[in-house]
Each structure stands twice: as C-alpha cells, then as structure tokens.
Design a binder for this molecule. Structure first.
Ligand code: NAD
Length: 289
C-alpha cells in the first residue's frame, strides 16, 4: 500500500537526521497541481511568519519540511507544525510539491538548481540573486527542462501587477527610491544619507540583503531600474517609491512597510506576499494580474 505523507512524517520524526532515499521517479517529476506540500529553505523571519500562518490553519497548503544551515532553526519551525527538519535539501524533494527559498542569495545559487533538477517548483524570495542574468537564465532553463516553475512573489513592493501589465507595452522610465532607517543598513547616522545611486544590478551587488525590490521591479519591467537608496534616521519603516513611465501612462506607488520583529531588514509585506502566492495556487478565483 502506498504510504501517505502523514505516514512518512511519522517515520521521519524518529529519524530526522538520516537522509531519505529519494526515489529516482521523483527526481524527474512532472509539474503537479494543486500544490499541497511545501518545503522551506531558510528558517528565519519570513519562514516564521509563513509557519505561524500555517499553524493558524489559513495557508491552504501544508508546510511540512524545513531546511536551514542552522539545524536548530529548522527544528524549531518543524516543531510548530509537527513537521520534519532535514539535514540536506535533497531529503525533502521526494515529498514536496514546491519549495520556498527564504534564505539568502547564495542559497539561490547553491540549492535552487537541485530543487529544479528534481522537477519541483520553487518560490524565490532572495530575488536579488537573479540580477545575475546568467543565473536567472540558467534557472529558467533548468525549470523548463524539468517541467518545473519558478515563482517570484511581489515581496515588499506594491503595484507590481500594474507594472507587469505596463510592460506589455513600451516602458520608457523606471525608478525606485528605497528609504530605510540607518539601523536596517547596519549603520549609525543622524543625517539623511544617500548610500547608493545607480542601476539596480549594482545596487543589488552592494546591498544584497536589502534590495530585492529593485530586482523584482527590474524583472517585472524587463529593464534595469534606476535606484536610489537612502538611510533616513527620521523613518522607522522601510519605504519604497516606484515611478514607471510608459506608453500606457504613468505609475507612482509608495509602500511604507513595517519590519519583521525578528529581522529589521525584512518587511512583513514580503512574508505576506509569499503567503498570498501559496494560498493562490489552490484558489478557484484569482484576482490581479
Ligand atoms: N522579495 C522581497 O521583497 C524580500 C523582502 C525581504 C527579504 N527578502 C529576502 O528573503 C530572504 C529571507 O529573508 P528573512 O528575513 O527571512 O532572512 P533571515 O535572515 O531572517 O533568515 C534567513 C535564514 O536562512 C538561513 N540561511 C541563509 N543562507 C542559507 C543557506 N545558504 N543555506 C541554508 N540556510 C541559509 C539562515 O540561517 C536564516 O535562518 C533573504 O535573502 C532576504 O533578503 C526578500
């Protein structure tokens, strides 16, 4: 008789450090919908908010598998949902429909290819990594070859639906001004200080953990955004102002984000955007582009 995921979880809980033997049939899995079982890479601020939401029973999918370079963090979240902390990402791949990367740009480079090669869908939060267009193309190719999909949530940015629609036509200008408290850049100053002005690709290289929105905006537009990053001691939120000009007209948005309690660099809205995308997989009526 086929084992259910619940059976496998029960077995694993007593044996969480041992590698699972991944059935080779699962390594070249076909694209599967609906998404039911989700694994998470990176058990920090975003993963915690997703898991809390799952515990409340509102996610519409099960988050059962957790991986972190710090095993304790994976175990802590796994305990919340009666799930499994794995020692190696490969150990979750035979069991999940989709993996959420909520770790870091190096995790996108090192771990996401393995997920896609196993034919599993992936949701990437560390979008900054994809400003390396070779990596982006490589991951897209891998996804195509393995019948998998790569999802990039809107993250901490509002208005990406409109921007994506606008990109159907011609976009002439795209810019982003990001303003955060100096502490979230790890610096101290009592003056408003421009830390960076230039192309999104360069901003992402200099502020990899802070500027995923510049990457999201650039990818949605199909062109590199002009970016200004400001450390502003007068703000206690993460603010993103977007300006897009195209043949459709003009979009101006301002998003004032509250930070996650456990990570001041990360906005709560980024975690909510991952939750919304997870919920959306299984919703019959989907609003927004
Ligand atoms: N798309 C967006 O708008 C947006 C917004 C905020 C954060 N982010 C990005 O999402 C990611 C997660 O954010 P967070 O606030 O939850 O971070 P966090 O620092 O709170 O947690 C990250 C966790 O991932 C683990 N980790 C890091 N690199 C790893 C690796 N290579 N392998 C395994 N585990 C690894 C860390 O140990 C940590 O537990 C970051 O890259 C962040 O820049 C994106």
């Amino acid at each position: 008789m086929d084992k259910t995921v619940k059976d496998e979880l029960l077995e694993l809980k007593g044996n969480e450090y041992n590698s699972l033997l991944i059935n080779s049939a699962n390594l070249v899995g076909e694209h599967k919908h609906p998404v039911n079982i989700v694994g998470i890479i990176g058990c920090g601020a975003i993963a915690k908010i997703i898991t809390d939401y799952a515990v409340a029973g509102n996610l519409g999918v099960e988050t059962n598998f957790f991986y972190d370079q710090n095993l304790k963090k994976a175990k802590k979240l796994a305990a919340q949902v009666d799930g499994v902390a794995v020692r190696d990402v490969k150990d979750m791949l035979g069991h999940v429909d989709l993996v959420v990367e909520a770790a870091s740009p190096p995790a996108v480079v090192d771990l996401v290819p393995t997920v896609l090669q196993a034919g599993k869908d992936v949701m990437i939060m560390s979008l900054g990594a994809l400003m390396d267009f070779h990596l982006k193309d490589y991951l897209e190719d891998l996804a195509r070859q393995n019948n998998a999909h790569v999802y990039l949530p809107s993250g901490a940015l509002a208005g990406l639906d409109g921007v994506r629609s606008a990109a159907v036509g011609e976009i002439m200008e795209v810019s982003l001004v990001t303003r955060k408290n100096p502490l979230s850049f790890g610096i101290k100053t009592d003056q408003e200080t421009v830390l960076f002005e230039g192309k999104a690709g360069d901003a992402v290289r200099k502020f990899p953990a802070n500027i995923n929105v510049a990457a999201a905006l650039s990818i949605a537009c199909g062109r590199e955004a002009e970016v200004k990053i400001i450390a502003d001691p007068s703000v206690d939120y993460n603010c993103h102002q977007v300006h897009v000009v195209g043949d459709f007209g003009e979009i101006k948005t301002t998003t004032q984000n509250r930070s996650c309690v456990t990570n001041p660099k990360t906005s709560v809205l980024a975690a909510y955007s991952a939750i919304k995308l997870l919920k959306r997989f299984n919703q019959t009526l989907k609003v927004g582009t």
